[in-house]
Ligand binder design. Structure first.
Ligand code: F6P
Ligand code: MN
Length: 334
């Protein structure tokens, strides 16, 4: 088929342009291959015997699904032996996962949420994988938690997949955000949109409205003004969309704009928020900024936050940049 750019070709061209080195190219290829395996496992559904609870909890106290565990294992196994990594951190593991001694070590740190959207796993609704790549500090061969605690602005690569009606991979290495679609006939990710651009203004927003009674006053005021529509202070009608898989909600925003919010509220204040900084908020923030959007805690640019723990949680607003700025204004004004 003419004019198709598979991921491999895209990455070789990025390497020739000096945007990535061979080690990062290998890393991305390996993660993409692992995501393909996850995609195939998910698509088997009940026929693959992969639905349901694993019978254990992760470090965050969340019940693990069989597919959470399987996706984590697929990503760990795929990334162990290539020689491109110094260490791995995952939502599903308390501590960083060392590269087995049998294999050479590389210079990168890989962080991931192996399967985002837990509540949708068993009900045939889109879920996904989110990943972030950092450099391992010079001279460190066995990275510890502290070495992973870098602000998101230090990421060299970030991406997510959505396992939906089609499987897509959305990727940045700091030179725009690009979408690849899995061609199940050839097994290749094919470039289907170069340089995504998120519209500056939003018509849609995503928030879990069942938390409304827990929201802080400025968040409530902001949402009330959106709900008031054309007749209200915003002078415009907004639509709500909430998939409850961050990957799917963010992918909609990547495709046609809007915002996604998970504010800190009375229910999750003791934890600092709902979503995790290092492998959920930061990679999405990098991808969104590279697509011309904005990502914030509500009071600070997400990528400037200095992490204090591997599984640190953070309030999130991201998407169309004018709307993110508007939300920040409500929070500033209190
Ligand atoms: O990983 C966390 C996550 O599953 C996100 O994908 C999603 O946005 C959020 O949790 C939904 O959480 P809740 O159902 O508690 O609002
Ligand atoms: Mn998640």
């Amino acid at each position: 088929m003419p004019n198709r750019t598979p991921l491999t070709r895209f990455l070789i061209e990025a390497e020739r342009a000096g945007q990535i080195n061979p080690e990062l190219r290998l890393l991305i290829e390996v993660v993409a291959r692992a995501c393909k395996s996850i995609s195939y496992a998910i698509s088997k559904g009940a026929l693959g015997g992969v639905l349901g609870d694993a019978g254990a909890s992760n470090v965050q106290g969340e019940a693990q699904k069989k597919l959470d565990v399987l996706s984590n294992e697929i990503l760990l196994e795929a990334n162990a032996w290539g020689g491109h990594l110094a260490g791995i951190a995952s939502e599903e593991m308390d501590e960083p996962h060392p590269i087995p001694d049998a294999y050479p070590k590389g210079n990168f740190l890989l962080l991931f949420d192996p399967l985002d959207g837990s509540s949708n796993i068993d009900v045939n609704v889109s879920v996904g994988t989110i990943f972030s790549v950092l450099r391992c500090p010079d001279g460190v061969t066995t990275p510890e938690t502290s070495h992973f605690l870098q602000p998101g602005s230090q990421q060299v690569c970030a991406g997510y997949t959505v396992y939906g009606p089609s499987t897509v991979l959305v990727l940045t290495v700091g030179h725009g955000t690009h979408t690849f679609t899995l061609d199940r006939e050839t097994g290749s990710f094919i470039l289907t949109q170069r340089d995504l651009r998120i519209p500056a203004d939003a018509q849609e927003y995503a928030i879990n409205a069942s938390n409304a009674r827990h929201w802080d006053a400025p968040v409530r005021r902001y949402i009330d003004d959106l709900l008031a529509g054309k007749a209200g202070p915003r002078g415009k009608d907004f639509n709500t969309r909430w998939v409850a898989s961050m990957v799917a909600d963010v992918h909609r925003i990547m495709t046609r704009g809007g915002t996604f919010m998970y504010p800190v509220d009375a229910k999750c204040r003791d934890k600092g928020g709902r979503l995790r900084l290092l492998y959920e908020a930061n990679p999405m923030a990098f991808l969104v900024e590279q697509a011309g959007g904005a990502a914030s805690t509500g009071t600070q640019r997400m990528l400037d936050v200095v992490p204090t723990g591997l599984h640190m949680r953070i309030p999130v607003i991201l998407g169309s940049k004018n709307e993110v700025a508007e939300y920040e204004r409500y929070l500033r004004e209190g």
